[in-house]
Design a protein around this ligand. Structure first.
Ligand code: FES
Length: 110
């Protein structure tokens, strides 16, 4: 029987901010504005009063070619936001309203 307690955060968001050296064959999310987008997401989530949502910077999430990568748990939904407007849409549509931003979602099939 599973005795896990209730979630500490309603949602936990990991934003890849991994940086690799210039010219590295895998590239990195930092070179695609990952840090700026993470910072924007943290600020906007606070402004929106999403106190039960945690936004964290993360190291490489293993999907470098698709970055900048963001993954939201507990759902396990992945996004590739390209700008602040995309982040705002994820915050309002997914994290506030419980929907999805399908145009920004990454395919989870392996
Ligand atoms: S560098 Fe961001 S997923 Fe690998």
């Amino acid at each position: 029987m599973n005795k896990d307690s209730a979630l500490y955060y309603r949602a936990h968001v990991f934003c890849c901010t991994n940086r690799r050296p210039e010219g590295h064959e895998l590239g990195c999310c930092a070179s695609k504005d990952g840090e700026r987008l993470r910072n924007h997401m943290k600020k906007r989530a606070k402004d929106m009063g999403l106190d039960d949502v945690r936004i964290n910077g993360a190291g490489c999430l293993g999907r470098c070619a698709s970055g900048p990568c963001v993954v939201i748990y507990p759902e396990g939904v992945w996004y590739a936001p390209k700008n602040e407007s995309d982040i705002d849409e994820i915050l309002s549509s997914h994290l506030r309203d419980g929907g999805r931003v399908e145009r920004l979602m990454l395919d989870n099939r392996r």
